[in-house]
Design a protein around this ligand. Structure first.
Ligand SMILES: NS(=O)(=O)c1ccc(C(=O)N2CCN(Cc3ccccc3)C2)cc1
Ligand SMILES: [Zn+2]
Length: 261
């Protein structure tokens, strides 16, 4: 079905606007977060992550990232509080990362990128009937962004990286039960928040971003496991290692970034 988007020279972020004109919109993501310019807002309370009853279903390679999907048929796992007016239901999480040793996060902090960024995607099931309806609505999604920096092994990440060999090629998926993303959170839930968009096509301007200030630490070896994944399907001749699947920071336009206390 037509030429697909990607992260290469011809089909990468600078070309997305041709098929997705909203790429040049007024609330695009990611952005460069400048801590000194973020507005400390005392009305911004803490966020709460209710993941104890979450039910992970599968892990998949969708040709853009590796995604772990959750059972979102009820409000068993939600994010609430902070900038959100109601609970948002956990749907999936996925990552963006760089090539060997170079940057790979989508958001940057005062111009500095991290090696990778985890996105935990939630949708507003109070106001919208389906995820797809929510993903196209201005208050439809809440995505938690967590930076990954290089250091020691992350004690739990292996539970996910051990499964990556099963989803090497685009279109592959496998059961992935019993994984709770709580194990991928840093100690502090202090955050920056702003109104933005999906960072991949269709680039809908539907995301309340909640970016945690504290990164988690993973090892170069663990992050290297992500690079065994491939953008291409098993049957395709051209083998393309999955790396540098990040969109660069976009114009802040008339937005402000708020900071939790
Ligand atoms: N990066 S983000 O958190 O802003 C985000 C982007 C897109 C979507 C989304 O709703 N998509 C519809 C098809 N899907 C396919 C897909 C593509 C890439 C990664 C993961 C998944 C995306 C969700 C979150
Ligand atoms: Zn993402």
């Amino acid at each position: 079905t037509g030429h697909h988007w990607g992260y290469g020279k011809e089909d990468g972020p600078s070309a997305w606007h041709r098929q997705y004109p909203v790429a040049k919109g007024n609330r695009q993501s990611p952005i460069d977060i400048i801590p000194n310019e973020a507005r400390r807002d005392s009305t911004l309370g803490p966020i709460f992550l209710k993941y104890d009853q979450c039910r992970s279903l599968n892990i998949a390679n969708n040709g853009h990232s590796v995604v772990v999907e959750f059972d979102d048929s009820d409000d068993r796992s939600v994010v609430l509080g902070g900038p959100l007016d109601n609970p948002y239901r956990l749907k999936q999480f996925h990552f963006h990362w760089g090539g060997k040793g170079c940057e790979g996060s989508e958001h940057t902090v005062a111009g500095v990128g991290y090696a990778s960024e985890l996105h935990v995607v939630h949708w507003n099931a109070v106001k919208y009937k389906t995820y797809n309806d929510a993903a196209a609505a201005p208050d439809g999604l809440a995505v938690l962004g967590i930076f990954l920096e290089l250091g020691d092994d992350h004690r739990w990440l292996h539970m996910m990286t051990d499964a990556l060999y099963m989803v090497k090629f685009k279109g592959s998926a496998t059961d992935f039960k019993g994984f709770n993303p709580k194990c991928l959170l840093p100690n502090s839930l202090h955050y920056w928040t702003y109104l933005g968009s999906l960072t991949t096509p269709p680039l809908h301007e539907s995301v309340t971003w909640i970016v945690l200030k504290e990164p988690i630490v993973v090892s170069e070896k663990q992050l290297g496991m992500f690079r065994m994944l491939q953008f291409n399907g098993e049957e395709e001749d051209q083998r393309m290692r999955m790396e540098n699947n990040f969109r660069p920071p976009q114009n802040l336009k008339e937005r402000i970034v708020r900071s939790s206390n």
